[in-house]
Ligand binder design. Structure first.
Ligand code: GLN
Length: 537
């Protein structure tokens, strides 16, 4: 079958859940046996979100091949279990950069470079790229932003052209909008949807399917009205009502026949509806997991999206341990020795979050000390692991001035130091140690046991600093073991304190590879340890 292209656009407002709808559709098509990929095109000008503050754009998700990307790629992977690559995340900045580089090379000699056709051609090339590298039945392309944004116009123009070139059997548009409820009038309002579709039509794109985000059930009459005004079949008006969990969205979409209608419109006979057995098992288990386990997320960003993958990984691991994880944000900037017991004593486990820069690190160190000295299961990720190391150096090895050279370049005890290869790098964008690297596990260590005993694993990274190997024997003789090592460089990837109930720090980010059907082993083992320590367990 020739590759078919599904475009997901959004109207009326942002944050309607385009990423979840894209991921859900991907999941449903995958369940029917199709080879799929999901990609995100973002209209902002940064080359990637790597240099963005999480307050601007949430977490930066990292692909196995080392691209810093939008957090929606995390949803795509968690829902489908299919790894994304650098081809799955494209921004306006990347598009322009390639065109400008080509212009400088002389590829367009004699020509004026314009948005149409040069920028739109590059967008189209990138949309088609994934399927030129591997056999794919469906490419789902999510367009960031909202219809009406000035900066998304070239993307919509590229889609219009592609739809025309590929024809109606190979390209289709799903438009996600919002149906607000006006409490004073007691009514759901469809006008914003009508307006948004008209805007799309004005750009030459007639959506084939509408997904209406709503907080209240939509009546058949209302759907019929929307269908009538928007030139869409009634069966192709799907509602996306608020649900207790994002993981219920695929099931809800399947119940309303989202995948079925899309297949039919693309000229495919849908066949039997897949059962989604393991997915339903997950949902069932999640529903039955009513016992709550509280895990502190010690970090500096008071924003759910900033730690998205960690929160989802905890939720996956909680479900498979029959617990509901309550992730409690604890602001590391406000955490100190005087209040740490008050803030952490009700927690069954502590996650010390990743991050950059000085702000809030002393609070993370205090949390690491509290976890270590009170035998509370503690999981340090990237900067969190580095803070565990510094805490140990200060309070166990007696180097009271120990620090990371990221925070204090002149520290005499730089137990965390800049990686050698990073020392000559001056550019900030995309230059960290990024993506998947191998890590050899020490046999019988807690990490090794958590992973079920493989000699080596692969995990994703995003860092510039590392455990300073010069201190390794000092640490090991005093009780902190280095149990994961990168074989090529000797870089310390995992530290742990084996005498503790569960005290592990990883230089890598396990949260990027936990999925609904394959929860991450370290998170599973961490949550299990947290449960084992509670009275009711
Ligand atoms: N700032 C630290 C480093 O660059 C940790 C990065 C992170 O937590 N992702 O090494």
């Amino acid at each position: 079958m020739e590759t078919k292209y599904i475009f997901i656009t959004g109207g009326v407002a942002s944050s309607l859940g385009k990423g979840i709808i894209s991921a859900s559709l991907g999941k449903l098509l995958q369940a029917r046996g199709y080879r799929i990929t999901i990609q995100k095109f973002d209209p902002y000008i940064n080359i990637d979100p790597g240099t963005l503050n999480p307050y601007e754009h949430g977490e930066c998700y990292v692909t196995a091949d080392g691209m810093e990307t939008d957090l929606d790629l995390g949803h795509y992977e968690r829902f489908t279990g299919i790894e994304t690559t650098r081809d799955n995340s494209v921004t306006t900045g990347r598009i322009y950069l390639s065109v400008i580089e080509r212009e400088r090379r002389g590829d367009y000699l004699g020509k004026t470079i314009q948005v149409v056709p040069h920028i739109t051609d590059e967008i189209k090339r990138r949309i088609l790229l994934n399927a030129s590298k591997q056999p794919l039945d469906f490419v789902i392309t999510e367009i960031g932003g909202t219809i009406g944004d000035i900066e998304s116009q070239p993307f919509l123009e590229a889609i219009r052209q592609l739809r025309w070139e590929l024809g109606p059997q190979r390209a289709l548009n799903v438009h996600l909008t919002y149906v607000p409820y006006l409490a004073a009038a007691g009514e759901l309002k469809t006008k914003p949807t009508q307006t948004s579709v008209k805007q799309l039509q004005g750009l030459g794109i007639q959506p084939e399917v509408l997904v209406l985000r709503t907080e209240h059930e939509l009546s058949e009459d209302l759907k019929a009205k929307v269908a009538h005004f928007c030139n869409v079949d009634v069966a192709a008006v799907i509602q996306s009502q608020d649900l207790p969990s994002i993981y219920e969205v695929p099931v809800n979409m399947q119940r309303q026949g989202l995948d079925d209608i899309i297949l039919k419109k693309l000229g495919i006979t849908p066949g039997i509806v897949p059962e989604l057995g393991p997915w339903h098992d997950f949902l069932e288990r999640r529903k039955n997991a009513t016992k709550i386990i509280s895990i502190a997320l010690v970090g500096k960003y008071n924003l759910q999206d900033a730690y998205k993958s960690i929160i989802e990984s905890l939720a996956h691991a909680g479900t498979y341990n029959d617990r509901r994880v309550k992730a409690v944000f604890v602001n590391s900037e406000e955490l100190n020795k005087a209040n740490v017991a008050e803030k952490l004593s009700d927690m069954q486990g502590i996650v010390i979050c990743p991050g950059f820069g000085q702000r809030g690190i002393e609070g993370k160190i205090v949390a690491a000390e509290y976890g270590r000295t009170h035998d509370v299961p503690t999981f340090g990720i990237c900067l969190g692991m580095q803070m565990m190391v510094i805490e140990f150096a200060r309070n166990v090895l007696g180097y009271s001035d120990a620090n990371s050279s990221e925070m204090d370049s002149g520290t005499p005890h730089n137990v965390i130091d800049m990686m050698e290869e990073q020392k000559t790098i001056t550019q900030k964008g995309g230059t960290m140690r990024l993506g998947s690297y191998e890590c050899e596990l020490k046999e019988q260590s807690r990490a090794w046991k958590a992973y079920n005993g493989p000699s080596s694993i692969k995990e994703r990274h995003r860092h510039r600093y590392e455990f300073n190997d010069g201190y390794r024997s000092d640490f090991e003789q005093n009780g902190m073991q280095c149990t994961g090592i990168n074989p090529a460089t000797g870089l310390v990837e995992i530290v742990e304190v084996p005498t503790h109930r569960w005290y592990i720090g990883t230089q890598f980010h396990p949260e990027y590879s936990s999925t609904v059907l394959h929860p991450h082993p370290l998170f599973l083992s961490f949550i299990k340890a947290c449960i084992d320590g509670t009275a009711e367990a």
